[in-house]
Structure formats: structure tokens, C-alpha cells
Design a protein around this ligand. Sequence first.
Ligand code: ATP
Ligand code: MG
Length: 572
Amino acid sequence: MKRFCTFANCNQMNFLSMDNITDKTQGLNFLEEIIENDLQNNKYKEIITRFPPEPNGYLHIGHAKSICLNFGLAKKYGGKTNLRFDDTNPVKEDVEYVDSIKEDIKWLGFQWAEENYASDYFEQLYQWACVLIKKGLAYVDDQSLEEIRLNRGTVQTPGKDSPYRNRSVDENLDLFQAMRAGEFADGEKILRAKIDMAHSNMHMRDPLLYRIVHSEHHRTGSKWCIYPMYDYAHGQSDSIENITHSICTLEFDVHRPLYDWFIEQLDIFPSHQYEFARLNLSYTVMSKRKLLQLVKEGFVSGWDDPRMPTISGFRRRGYTPEAIRNFCDNIGVAKRDNLIDYSRLEFALREDLNKRAKRVMAVLNPIKLIIDNYEGEEALEAINNPEDETAGTRQITFSNTLYIERDDFMENPPSKYFRLAIGKEVRLRYAYFVTCTSVEKDEAGNVTAIHCTYDPLSRGGNSPDGRKVKGTIHWVNAKDCIDAEVRLFDRLFTEEVPDKAEEGKTFLDYINKDSLQILRNCKLEKSLSDALHLEKYQFERLGYFLVDYDSKPESIVFNRTCTLKDSWIKQQ
Ligand code: ATP
Ligand code: MG
């Protein structure tokens, strides 16, 4: 993306070409500034970033922001990005998640240089823990987690030293080895760094390094029963991979002194941590724990439910990688937490789909339109994509029996109604002008069919004599259209910030009960019978759609990705 500086800011630059004033000093985000500085000062030869997911759930749009940032920076500065699974917590992690994460990153359009696992480094991390013990910088503590918590003190008061804090190096080494050998039960012992129980930063008050967890790990099996804590594993894993810029979200800024402390004490490659504001999106929740709860408790059909803010959900919903990447770029990189409006994501989506989606006609809520003076059948030409000449045209069939939207007819229309009503003329898209003459009704008085006559001279939808019609409506040919189910989605939550902590409520109290609407009697133009998964369509006047994974040749299912305009603005 090109960014331009204002003239006031670029007088110190030379004006060789417009390109010279983009991306140089102005318009850089703070991470780009840091990297450009580091490169100028020869601090690193190559920029290496990493994306470090914990494989305990599917990736969501917040992760997409982190992915775009990490891969984007490395790409911009000729470096590389590793994928590192932060798999230090055997209880919650699973291969299913590892696979989905890889699939999602690839789908977003990024390729990692190395695929690594923190668990690959367990031996090295263990050895480094022994180094810290030998330096008198780590000890085995017998206190329970509860005691440790109580003795940590508060922000105002210092913590209390553990009674085990002054064990000898030899005793600590023996005990740590015994922990590894499985001689203790979960929680019986813990390895802690020996820093300062009165430190103003609570994370520096003898943080935990290793805990005992007798549990199978999805990669290392039962080889280990001690597992490193996040803080201990993360920075050292970065260092092993020579990560230059370790980018994480803001809540980790208080962990940074500890990150630096380990690297300094172990005297290993100096990776540096930088924090940016996590992406918060309105009308959704983004923590994997909460998303898992939505899945487990059946509020959605799975991680890839099209209403989920997961990458797989967006994919199934019909989002494109380009739309998601553009969105992530457009919102920029903030240093302070903020809430991004969902409509910005939809804006990026519409912009992209408008360019690529093939236009077709479909009727979601059909009523028959009978043209009494038309005989036979013919093919008419329809434009596939007015935004893309190379998309060409297609033939659509026309007969005397069509379906139109029920909404496009009114028996007693208000004055500004430009669609069909008795005595009124409209244009049928790509076809003819028709004038409504009468309706058929059932016993209850509901309109069951609409009758009209057509003007043969208006073929192609062109006025034969300069007379104007204000409304153009879409239709399908009842004689060869196909039946389909169409799923319409709305936001999953009714509140902008569903996980705000309101008295006695949880995010589940704000679920939008009408977020899924299934229409079972939809009529699609014939060309859609061989629509492919992930192919994008615009149903004219209705929105963007694609075939759902549930679709079968005998029972076609489409999802609506989004409407053509932001219908939410009106509702608010
Ligand atoms: P969650 O709270 O959803 O479980 P997490 O931070 O625990 O998220 P990880 O798998 O640890 O998830 O995250 C992998 C990377 O993605 C981390 O670097 C993390 O900072 C980043 N990340 C996670 N959520 C967001 C977000 N909302 N916005 C930006 N980056 C994020
Ligand atoms: Mg995490």
C-alpha cells in the first residue's frame, strides 16, 4: 500500500519521484520505524519475525492481524517469518488445531520459512534452566501454587521469600532432575527464577519456570512430565531461532523485563520484544477460550460456522484472503487498545468482492410472475461483471413464467414505490418492460401469482420510445431454475462489546438469537447448478453469496457473505 506524506513533513527529502516520498520516513508504523532504524544501524543482517500460535484453538481475525503484521514486515524488509507452535501446555493442545492453523495461514497467502515447535526446544530449555540453577538464579520451590500466589504480595506490598529459596545449587539440580524423572506428582514442586520478591514488577517476583504436568503431549508423548511456562519458553525459543523482532500484543509489555532478563542471564541471541495493540472487533469475541465455549455449547455449528470470527469461519462465509489482508493493513498498527468497527471489515470485503464476484440472478422469496402475452422461450444476454470486462457475458433463458421477489410487488403501494403494482410498469433485468395487470389469490386472500403483459419492443431492457421506468427487478425463469437453500447471517452478538463485564452477565447473554436465517424455497438461475465451492457470486440486488460445504447436487446450499450495502447502519 502506498502512503503519502504531507508536504510539510517531507521538505528534508529529495523529490526525485513520487515513489521517493512514499514509505520512507512518513507513514511508517512504529514497528517499521524500529526496523528501519535497526537496519540502518546494522543491528541485524536480516529481519526474522515469527508467528507463535498456541495450538489450542482455531485462528481468529485477531491472529490474522498478527500474521499480516509479522509476515508483512519480514517481506517488506527482505527477511523471513517462522511459524512456531507455542506448544508448552499439553492439556489443551491438539493436532487438529496445528493442522487448521497451517491451513489458515496458507489460505491467507503467507508461507513460513521454518515450521517450529517450542516442544522441539524442550531439551535445550531444560539445559538452560540448569544453567540458571548453577548460577544461583533458579530454585525448586515446594510451596503450593496457592501459597506462591499469597506470598507474591501486591503492587503496594512486597512479596515474601519462599522458605525454599535458599536451597543449595546441588540440591536444586538434584530436585530439578527428579522433577524431570517423574518422581513427584503434579503441583508438588515447581522451578522458579530467583530474582527479587520485592520487585516493583510483579512478573519479576521469582516467576515460575517449570511446572509438573503428568500428561501426554501431542508431539512429545510421555517423554516429559515437566513443562516450561510461557514466559520462560517464549523468549528463549525466539532466541534459538534468531528472531530479531518478536512482536506480541500489549498485555505482554509487563513481561518484557523478564524476557530480557532470561536472555541476558543466559547470554544468548538478543531477540527483542515489541508490543502492539491487539485487534478488538465490535460485535464479536476473540478469545479462543470463549470461541471454544460457543462451539462446545452448541451456539454455533463448529469453529468454521460462518458467523464465527475465525479465519475458517470467514472463509466459509465467503470472505477472501485479499479482503482480510486489506482490512488488516487499513486498520494500521496501534500502540493503544481500541475497538475496530465490524463495518470496516465488511467494507474491505465488499470492495474486493465487487471486483471479483460474478453477477447472477436468484430469487430468495419467490412469487410467480406470469406474462400472458408471451409465447415460447428465448435466450437473453446478461453481463457477468460490469467491473471486469474480461468476465464476458452469459445466456439466460426467458419464458412466460418467472419468479420474482415477493417484496418486489405490492398490492397497495405507497407513492414512492417503483417496483411492481397493478397498473405499473417495471424493467425485468436484461429482459423486457412488463406491466402488471392482475393477481391470483388463495382463499385466505394471499397473492399466489402476478399477471402482466410485456412490451416486445423493449427487449434487453431498453426503452422502445423514450418512456422511462423507474424500477428494475431481478427474476429467474421458472421453467429451468434450480431450487436451493440459502442461509443468511447476522452478527453473532447484539452488543458492541459482548465480553464487557456487566453485572451478573457473560458474553453468552448477548448472543443474537436471529443470527441465522434459513430460506428453503429459493430459486436460482440455471447457471448456478454447477457453482463451485469458494467461487464468489453477486446475486443481483441481494448481496454476495457462495456455495456452502453442506451443499450437494440434489440439495444446493448457498451462504450469504454480506449484503450489498451496510444494512446495519439503518438499524442502529
Ligand atoms: P486468545 O486470547 O484468543 O487465545 P492468544 O494470544 O492466547 O489469543 P496465541 O495463539 O497465543 O493466542 O496467539 C498467537 C499470536 O497471535 C500471538 O503473538 C498473539 O499476540 C497474537 N494475537 C492473538 N490475538 C490477537 C489479537 N486479537 N490481535 C492481534 N494479535 C493477536
Ligand atoms: Mg496465548
